[in-house]
Design a protein around this ligand. Structure first.
Ligand code: ATP
Ligand code: MG
Ligand code: FE
Length: 331
């Protein structure tokens, strides 16, 4: 089965074709990062307009690069939440129109569940049960995955998401946007010299990153943060340390076969290095391009729902605050 995936939940317009849930035939992403960087963050109205301009060319390029037409596609999968309402609407309506015109089934996908499926596109199929660490711009979730569609949320952030923390820290250190990549780059020339809070909620599997950010702010404000490179290294080290520690403790507690990294922050080199070093269980780490937003993860996730006979109607709606449901990631 070949699934066309469509993703427009934030500021990437993306289309992909994936075969049997695991083989990428085409994968195109049009990033709007240059447009939003001048504002220091994503401007929702600008994002949805840009999706409108990009979605048709991105899908055409994707099919062309795979030498396929809609006749070769068996179903359409689209992100229906969580994300920016105006952005989600462009993708959802485009996917509905495409599915209807081609007479193919449609499936709405939870963006966060989609992120996990980057791990099915690496060439190695994960062994379940697994623990997924989803670290992205809007989420920091530890999810126990017993089977496809069978999830349990074990831990999450109580305040800022890990990616959001990187973005805010970069802003207060005047390093630019998006924060993750610029902090990582600055950290390479610095040393983790600052003492920062731990970023945990004692006695639970939850994270808290706002205290870390505030501590960095106070140090910067009073001129005690040292060089921006050292501050970036300290911040990155503190975030990575707590992510790895909590993930490994939770993995041990639940006796999982594997750890799966997912989401934009999983592109962080220090996080990838440290979790591989410290983990007693195998860790699946998708390539950078599959960690950040793309449509191949949506197509893969869609496949595993479609083979169970699940379908969405053409009345599929978008859900900007769609939670990662405990019994399944889809609305
Ligand atoms: P969500 O998936 O929660 O809806 P999103 O789709 O905006 O949010 P992603 O695209 O998955 O998030 O990830 C973007 C985030 O990843 C940004 O906050 C960015 O700073 C962070 N990020 C990207 N690369 C890196 C990196 N190398 N190190 C740390 N963080 C990174
Ligand atoms: Mg993005
Ligand atoms: Fe995302």
């Amino acid at each position: 089965m070949r699934v066309l995936g469509i993703e427009t939940s934030c500021d990437e317009t993306a289309a992909a074709v994936v075969e049997e849930g695991i083989k990428i035939l085409g994968n195109k992403v049009a990033s709007q990062v240059d447009i939003h960087s001048r504002y220091g963050g994503v401007v929702p109205e600008v994002a949805s307009r840009q999706h409108l301009l990009s979605i048709v060319p991105v899908m055409r390029q994707c099919l062309e690069s795979a030498s396929l037409t809609m006749h070769d596609i068996d179903a359409v999968a689209v992100t229906c939440g969580p994300g920016l309402a105006g952005s989600l609407l462009v993708g959802a309506n485009f996917a509905k129109a495409t599915a209807m015109a081609a007479g193919k089934p449609l499936i709405g996908i939870n963006h966060l569940e989609g992120h996990i499926y980057a791990n099915w596109l690496t060439g190695h199929i994960p062994t379940l049960p697994a623990l997924a660490l989803i670290v992205s711009g809007g989420h920091t979730d530890l999810v126990l995955m017993k089977d496809h569609g069978d999830y349990r949320l074990i831990g999450r952030t109580r305040d800022d998401a890990a990616g959001e923390a990187f973005d805010k820290a970069a802003r207060l250190l005047n390093l630019g946007y998006p924060g993750g990549p610029v902090i990582e780059k600055a950290a390479k020339s610095g040393k983790p010299t600052l003492k920062l809070p731990k970023g945990v909620i004692p006695g639970s599997s939850d994270f808290s990153f706002s205290g870390l950010k505030t501590a960095l702010y106070r140090l910067a404000e009073t001129g005690q943060a040292g060089s921006p490179n050292d501050a970036a290294a300290s911040f990155q080290e503190a975030v990575v340390k707590v992510l790895v520690k909590r993930t490994l403790a939770t993995a041990e507690e639940w006796g999982v076969n594997q750890i799966l990294l997912a989401g934009g922050v999983a592109a962080n080199g220090r996080l990838r290095e440290k979790i591989l070093q410290d983990s007693p269980v195998p860790v699946s780490i998708p390539p950078l391009s599959l960690c950040t937003d793309n449509a191949a993860i949506i197509a893969s996730c869609g496949y595993f729902h479609l083979v169970k006979g699940e379908r969405s109607g053409l009345d599929l709606d978008v859900f900007p605050s769609l939670p990662f449901a405990s019994t399944g990631g889809r609305a």
